[in-house]
Write a protein that binds this ligand. Structure first.
Ligand code: CA
Length: 227
């Protein structure tokens, strides 16, 4: 679990600190948010590996946040654990119905919470982290669903365009020659010429619109993706 990021959304400072302390001891990177809005704003910049969400927050209802996360294509696969007080039993059920992955009732043992987090991450790791790629804060690629989003808007790519993007994303910053791309996608079919790659990349860039700058042409060499 080393280096995995957990966002803790909880306005009660002592609870938040306690969770953060235990998670850090287990090697997690923890970011704490006392307000729902601060959390939602930050989420646009960084996708965590897991979210711990208190349902009673000063500004936004935790249930609304959960609903939002689980309905947004770019966020829905992030595991969410909701924190509830005993008196919020119905919220717990609503939260689970909205797609929260687990819940824990206050007061709770931090060690139990950490154990649950590890379990969820074991289950979802790979299923989530390696299949959802965010590039340059603007481009999101869901490798599992073959979906691409630019600023949260879905972009329709052809299979070839998607696969070229996937190749470039497999090694960010690395320049892929046209030959290499051809080889990876068409497995050395002789009929396909270098120019094919240029044509597909041109179309891909057009479709990516505002995110097109992420794909860079290295004159005489090939293409790379870089933030
Ligand atoms: Ca609270």
């Amino acid at each position: 679990m080393n280096g995995m990021t957990v966002f803790v959304v909880e306005d009660e400072q002592d609870i938040s600190s306690l969770i953060a302390l235990h998670l850090r001891k287990s090697g997690f990177i923890v970011l704490e948010f006392g307000k729902g809005n601060d959390f939602l704003n930050f989420l646009k910049r960084k996708i965590p590996d897991l979210i711990i969400l208190d349902l009673m927050l000063p500004d936004i209802d935790g249930i609304e946040i959960c609903k939002y996360i689980k309905s947004e294509p770019c966020y829905r696969s992030i595991p969410v654990i909701i924190l509830t007080a005993k008196t919020e039993e119905t919220d717990k059920i609503i939260g689970l119905e909205l797609g929260a992955d687990d819940y824990i009732t206050k007061p709770f043992s931090p060690r139990e919470l950490v154990a649950r987090i590890k379990n969820i991450l074991k289950r979802s790791h790979g299923a989530y982290e390696t299949k959802l790629l965010k590039v340059g804060d603007i481009l999101l690629v869901d490798l599992e669903r073959y979906e691409v989003y630019v600023k949260n808007k879905k972009v329709q790519l052809t299979n070839t365009e998607f696969n070229i993007l996937k190749v470039l994303l497999s090694k960010k910053g690395y320049v892929f020659s046209r030959e290499k791309i051809l080889d990876m996608l068409w497995h050395g079919e002789k009929a396909v010429v270098d120019r094919t790659v240029d044509v597909h990349i041109k179309k891909l860039r057009e479709k990516l619109g505002e995110a097109s700058w992420l794909i860079k042409n290295i004159r005489g060499v090939g293409y790379k993706i870089e933030e």
